[in-house]
Design a protein around this ligand. Structure first.
Ligand code: ADP
Ligand code: MG
Length: 322
């Protein structure tokens, strides 16, 4: 049984909605309606040492990333993060480590005016961080099931860099020093996209953050919306220098840990989106379009190319972890 079969079999059946709960299991966050112009979006993400980060990684990096992966779910909903709860398990309480960790943690929270409102603390065999984040907006979130035929498909930032850095760590390849520096920065410090996504929320149909691989995460949007897509491989933004490596296609199509946002939007909104992105200094690229045919077709130089869609699955036997 894989991760998604588990969610579908055991969790989704209990997914009943009510007048307040407009969106439950199956999206980047659940959505609660407080009143006609106030909605809360709630999501949780867990990070475990040597699964989501190297245990000898710097505490600054761990603190930043634990927040960035949660903020990216808010970005994917077009919500503004407001409050969070932090649950931790530590083998021991190491004051030096904690001083550095919370210095960064609090700096990121302060820069977004997000308040820590609770959590839980326990001793445990490995460092585990679980964050629940609550964001707000004036509308229902950007749901995965809202992609419309004819929409353009966009991605923020650059894709595949974190995966390339991981391959370097695992000794599968040897990136040049300057390439490694850029890719490692993307792995430990994914850019938070909530500002752009919040501003663009009314121009977008469906959205999701890319945590498990571009094709797999786009696949969630396509399945939920019962549509297909045509994606142009050469338009997926990445770093030119990575193209020479044999794993390049795998990094951009299936690599995870990007925490960029993939979204669909009506063609008519292109100009507004591009200008918003420019103002916010967010790299934004169109990589394809939503089609009626429910397949996801990958094109390269105007030819259909075959690919293996194998994004990240926590219960896949061959999954390599940190
Ligand atoms: P994300 O990558 O945005 O965190 P996932 O793909 O991990 O989303 O999860 C898909 C959906 O399943 C989400 O709506 C998530 O809240 C839900 N989900 C995952 N694990 C659990 C769980 N243990 N209990 C309840 N819901 C879960
Ligand atoms: Mg998500």
């Amino acid at each position: 049984m894989n991760e998604f079969e588990f969610i579908n079999q055991y969790l989704k059946p209990s997914n009943e909605r009510d007048d307040t709960l407009l969106l439950g299991i199956g999206d980047d966050a659940a959505t609660l309606k407080l009143n006609t112009h106030q909605f809360w979006h709630i999501s949780t993400d867990m990070l475990i040492a040597d699964r989501h980060f190297f245990s000898n990684e710097s505490p600054e990096n761990i603190a930043y990333k634990s927040l960035a992966v949660n903020f990216s779910d808010m970005a994917a909903m077009g919500a503004w993060p407001k409050w969070l709860l932090l649950s931790v398990a530590f083998p021991q309480l190491d004051k030096d480590w904690l001083d550095i960790f919370f210095n960064t943690f609090n700096q990121v929270l302060a820069s977004y005016h997000v308040k820590l409102i609770g959590g839980d603390t326990t001793q445990g065999p490995i460092t585990t961080l679980n964050i629940t984040i609550i964001g707000e907006s004036d509308r229902l979130g950007l749901q995965r099931n809202d992609a419309q035929i004819g929409d353009d498909i966009w991605v923020t930032g650059q894709i595949g860099l974190a995966a390339a850095a991981l391959y370097h760590h695992w000794d599968k390849i040897n990136l040049h020093e300057d390439e490694f520096k850029i890719c490692e920065q993307a792995r430990v410090h994914p850019t938070i996209r909530v500002d752009f996504m919040f501003q663009a929320r009314n121009l977008i149909h469906a959205a999701q953050d890319i945590s498990d691989g571009l094709l797999q995460d786009l696949g969630h949007i396509l399945t939920a919306s019962q549509v297909g897509a045509k994606v142009n491989l050469e338009t997926i933004p990445s770093i030119q220098a990575l193209k020479k490596y044999e794993y390049y296609n795998d990094w951009v199509l299936n690599g995870g840990d990007d925490y960029e946002i993939i979204f669909t939007a009506p063609k008519n909104n292109q100009e507004k989106l591009v200008s918003l992105a420019r103002e916010a200094s967010v790299p934004l690229h169109k990589i394809g379009e939503v089609t009626k045919n429910t397949e996801c077709i990958l094109m390269c130089n105007d030819k259909i190319v075959s690919y293996s869609k194998k994004g990240f699955d926590h219960f896949e036997e061959e999954t390599t972890v940190y």
